[in-house]
Ligand binder design. Structure first.
Ligand code: SAM
Ligand code: SF4
Length: 337
């Protein structure tokens, strides 16, 4: 079992399987000069699977596959199938920008399958899909790509295949204000759970200065001008730090992930992150990372890797450092959101 010094039981591992992406969201990577890791520095699928088997024995019950854009890595859905089947893993989710979900999964044995078909066949029950705007022009300026229609098609395809969908929208001042109500309405129509995420300082991009920060509380007030007062739903929890509210009359739920403005944000943290080159990170907002790749490649046995999990968890900070000392070292795209 993994438990940190503050009593948090660690049961959730988010795994980045690539630092590459087909979009260019400015809050996630610099507009220019992002360097991709050479292939040999990225964990192989066998290495990822081995780490996940060890993690499952240590009490990890939920995995999330992320990136970069995880579906850009060839064979991603085959890896996912293997991870779903690991004894002890109860749940596996995928975070994606959605733009490839309706494309053919060329690494599937059945090359007529789309990515969403492969994910559904693998037993993936839910996907988190990024969607900052319903306006194609705003979407293109946010993501650097004109893929709005593809993202929407991906969301609809996920729902049609029976997957639960969470929509994640990053809040940015002077961009998000007009998107809040259209996103709320869209999520209701598509039966998806919408969450707004406060901007975190995880890239050296110039979009991250304070003038672009839009606090959840302000976004909530803007929403309430249209919806009436949102009712807190502390009883509703997903496996993450979002705080949920209910919209009057429609009963739609809406979440806020308030890493900066919520001072209790870290109280219920249950996760670790694994970067695509094999660094185990106890916290998104701390530079601490422990290398698993070299020990793995030097022939470490399962007990030695398990010990590295324990020492990472023992050094998990009580809270993230975004409000004070944190300076972006790695971009979000290279950590795994
Ligand atoms: N490419 C996939 C996607 O876009 O969902 C998965 C990786 S992405 C890094 C995971 C999540 O991190 C997305 O919801 C994205 O909006 C969020 N994200 C990226 N940079 C962020 C930042 N600086 N602050 C807050 N959220 C961020
Ligand atoms: Fe790519 Fe996701 Fe980062 Fe956007 S948020 S650049 S889609 S990894």
């Amino acid at each position: 079992m993994l438990e940190d010094t503050f009593g948090h039981r660690i049961s959730y591992l988010r795994i980045s399987i690539t630092d590459r992406c087909n979009e260019r969201c400015a809050y996630c990577m610099p507009e220019e000069g992002q360097k991709w890791l050479p292939k040999e520095e990225v964990l192989s699928f066998e290495e990822i699977e081995r780490i996940c088997r060890i993690a499952a024995k240590l009490g990890v019950r939920k995995l999330r596959i992320t990136g970069g854009e995880p579906l850009t890595r060839s064979g991603a859905t085959q890896l996912i199938q293997k991870l779903v089947d690991i004894p002890g893993i109860d749940e596996l989710g995928v975070s994606t920008n959605g733009t490839l979900l309706t494309r053919l999964d060329s690494s599937s044995k059945d090359t007529r399958k789309t990515y969403i078909q492969s994910l559904a066949a693998a037993g993936v029950g839910s996907v988190n899909i990024s969607l900052d705007s319903l306006d194609p022009a705003v979407y293109a300026s946010a993501t650097g790509r004109d893929y709005h229609a593809r993202a929407i098609a991906g969301i609809r395809a996920a729902r049609e295949h029976g997957l639960a969908v969470k929509l994640n929208a990053v809040l940015m001042k002077n961009r998000s204000e007009g998107e809040l109500i259209p996103l709320l309405n869209f999520a209701r129509e598509e039966n998806a759970l919408l969450r707004f995420i406060e901007l975190m300082p995880i890239t050296d991009s110039n979009v991250l200065d304070d003038s672009r920060f839009l606090a959840s509380g302000l976004a909530k007030s803007i929403l309430e001008l249209h919806t009436g007062q949102l009712e807190p739903r502390p009883d509703f929890k997903t496996n993450g730090p979002a705080t949920y509210y209910q919209v009057p009359r429609t009963n739609q739920l809406i979440g806020f992930i308030s890493a900066l403005s919520d001072f209790h944000f870290c109280n219920t943290c249950n996760k670790l992150r694994l970067t695509c080159e094999g660094k185990l990170r106890p916290c998104l907002g701390s530079h601490l990372e422990i290398d698993l790749r070299e020990p793995l490649r030097q022939g470490a046995d399962d007990k030695e890797i398990a010990d590295l999990f324990h020492s990472t968890v023992a050094r998990k900070p009580e809270t993230h450092g975004f409000r004070d000392t944190y300076q972006p070292g790695r971009n979000m795209v290279a950590i795994g959101g």
